[in-house]
Design a protein. Structure first.
Length: 189
């Protein structure tokens, strides 16, 4: 349960760095405020035995300010903040957040795209992997004090889930589900 929410000034951060960009466009000086943030990876996981897509649910304070719940449904994901390849970071996030050990060679790169283009412009790389119960090594849930709930969405309910506006979802999840449904026959291996 989330309680006693307060908004306080952020003097310094390891994750967000406010910046102001000044540039010349068509002979006119323009200014744009932005934040510099880490790039990220996201992984769409298909559970072969359960015929479901695995997502995570967690509290996101900025969403709380908009919907008074603050819980979002997202793909398994993580920021690029260590000296490892994107694939290695994806592998770690699958293990930490969802509890599955997926060999690197079984994690496929789908594409990359830019997120929060109006204020951050970070790049997210989307991966895809199939899992089954023999790959489960723990219950997931994150590391340290992360509180991540692992949820399976049956493929037959995926489109309805994406369109359900009562559930806060990330654009990466929505894109990933759409990609999966478009390529369903190619993705189940």
């Amino acid at each position: 349960m989330i309680r006693d929410v307060k908004i306080i000034p952020c003097e310094t951060s390891d994750f967000v760095k406010p910046k102001r960009i000044e540039y010349l466009q068509s002979g006119k000086i323009k200014i744009w405020d932005m934040v510099e943030v880490h790039d990220s990876v996201a992984i769409l996981l298909y559970h072969v035995e359960h015929e479901s897509l695995i997502v995570v649910r967690q509290f996101r304070p900025p969403v709380y300010l908009r919907n008074s719940d603050g819980y979002t449904y997202e793909l398994c994901a993580g920021i690029v903040d260590k000296d490892k390849s994107l694939l290695e970071i994806a592998h770690e996030e699958i293990l930490e957040e969802c509890g599955y050990y997926v060999p690197l060679e079984q994690i496929e790169r789908v594409t990359s795209f830019y997120t929060a283009v109006g204020f951050a412009g970070s790049r997210q790389t989307l991966y895809y992997a199939c899992v089954n119960e023999s790959m489960r090594v723990n219950n997931g849930g994150g590391v340290e004090d992360e509180m991540i709930e692992v949820i399976e969405i049956p493929v037959c309910d995926a489109k309805a889930f994406v369109m359900d506006e009562s559930k806060a979802k990330t654009p990466g999840l929505m894109f990933g589900f759409g990609w999966f449904l478009e390529n369903e026959e190619l993705t189940k291996h």
